[in-house]
Design a binder for this molecule. Structure first.
Ligand code: CTP
Ligand code: K
Ligand code: MG
Length: 181
């Protein structure tokens, strides 16, 4: 597979996992998932992980997967790059896995004494990949191993941190996010 083709497929296949984080930032607020609870002297998750943000994130990921599936055949015909449709379970694995990864990362941040919004290099950029890919492999195995070849996975691991840093700087400059990471 040509490298450009691999990059396009990786980006396309990951879009339902990329968008939930941004949707959560836009829609976030309200009741925190941990209900304010602490473990020891630290919050379990913190005020940055809310029910509304999580629900909006998953919904946005599912909606985008649906939209991409509708146009996949046309995009493939127009570009000659065979972009995939998403099965419902694949969409769920990507979108819910992304939000779950972000939530688990917050749990690790609180355990390690980091306040809400603190930076955790590496984890911040790849938390959602680390959970969304295995969850999708579990929920939609056939789809996953068809789309996520080793080349695609390699591109995802390299390109995701770059995209993450870029979109967060943009969201920060636009005043949508409190920190540029
Ligand atoms: N957000 C949300 N629910 C989520 C994820 C994010 O409401 N499940 C919203 C919150 O308003 C959050 C903002 O998006 O403050 C930015 O997300 P993120 O950077 O992941 O959270 P932080 O505030 O940095 O908190 P943490 O340190 O726990 O990551
Ligand atoms: K995060
Ligand atoms: Mg943050």
């Amino acid at each position: 597979m040509a490298i450009l083709e691999t990059i396009v497929i990786a980006f396309w296949a990951m879009l339902p996992a990329y968008v939930p984080n941004n949707a959560a930032v836009l829609a976030g607020g309200g009741r925190p998932i941990d209900g304010g609870r602490t473990w020891g002297d630290k919050r379990v998750l913190g005020d940055g992980k809310t029910w509304r943000g999580t629900a909006a994130g998953i919904t946005a990921g599912l909606a985008l997967a649906g939209l991409l599936s509708v146009v996949a055949a046309d995009v493939s015909a127009a570009t000659g790059i065979d972009v995939p449709e998403f099965t419902p379970l694949a969409a769920l694995g990507l979108a819910a896995g992304a939000m779950l990864g972000d939530i688990l990362a917050s749990f690790l941040k609180r355990r390690s004494g980091r306040q809400r919004g603190a930076m955790f290099p590496g984890l911040d950029q790849l938390d959602f990949v680390v959970v969304s890919l295995p969850l999708t492999a579990l929920l939609a195995s056939e789809w996953f191993f068809d789309v996520f070849t080793w080349e695609v996975i390699a591109v995802v691991v390299i390109v995701t941190p770059i995209l993450h840093v870029t979109t967060n700087i943009i969201a920060y400059k636009l005043g949508l996010k409190n920190e540029p990471w």
